[in-house]
Design a protein around this ligand. Sequence first.
Ligand code: ATP
Ligand code: MG
Length: 258
Amino acid sequence: MVIAQSHKQRSVLVNFENVGLSYDGVSETLRDVNMVIRDGDFRFLTGPSGAGKTSLMRMIYLAQKPSSGRLTLFGENINQLPRDQLPLMRRRIGVVFQEFRLLEHLTAFENIALPMRVQGVNQNEYAQDVTELLTWVGLGDRVNALPETLSGGEKQRVALARALVSKPDLILADEPTGNVDPIMGERIMRLLVELNRLGTAVIVATHDLTLVRRMKKNILRLKDGRLSLHGPLKDISPATRAEASSRAAGDERSALGA
Ligand SMILES: Nc1ncnc2c1ncn2[C@@H]1O[C@H](COP(=O)(O)OP(=O)(O)OP(=O)(O)O)[C@@H](O)[C@H]1O
Ligand SMILES: [Mg+2]
């Protein structure tokens, strides 16, 4: 039935229930975090430097265990997951790090192919995917380029392609536009939005107010260790912005935790 279809619940990929994180066992970096990420969601993750954006992402890709509460990934409580299941779960999550983390002695193609090689997949099975990904990120002519010959934005796009090669259900991008100019930042963000339109859930940690406003997506805001969900920021043109009351501007900055 069409109506039943339209009400179909999208499956829950990530569920934080009262999750807390303390690195030293005394102070709490994150506390009482409740968050649900479903199939197809796009969320910006914002908050001041040191608010815990990277820490939150590290918990999702299983690089950091919560100190308290319950974290469920793809329906499995991570505390009850047998160790041998961890790599399988990690493969369902693609991560784009701010500092790229490309291997300098490998070409763009080889860097993107690395996750497949590590999994022991035969090159015949992934070569076409890697080439298509390189074309999709606009680097079809840089297949054999070494990272040192690529610009920051190009490296970031190789890193994005590498995060996608295992066809993850969820992409985590930590400040993906932090090291690139605004035009490249916009281009990388458009790729993430397009990817999301094709069905992958995306979480982007960013300070970039202009991009966040333009993309009109929901915002997860971290402040004082707590997480809250906000609707999209309004798109304000430069002219209107000049006239806008300082109160409205203050509200926006506050939604970003800036
Ligand atoms: N491995 C660690 N051991 C101890 N403390 C840590 C560790 N990683 C992060 N922290 C602390 O946890 C807090 C949150 O750090 P985190 O890197 O998650 O913040 P962030 O929101 O990503 O900041 P930024 O915007 O600067 O990237 C900071 O106070 C930081 O010093
Ligand atoms: Mg960070």
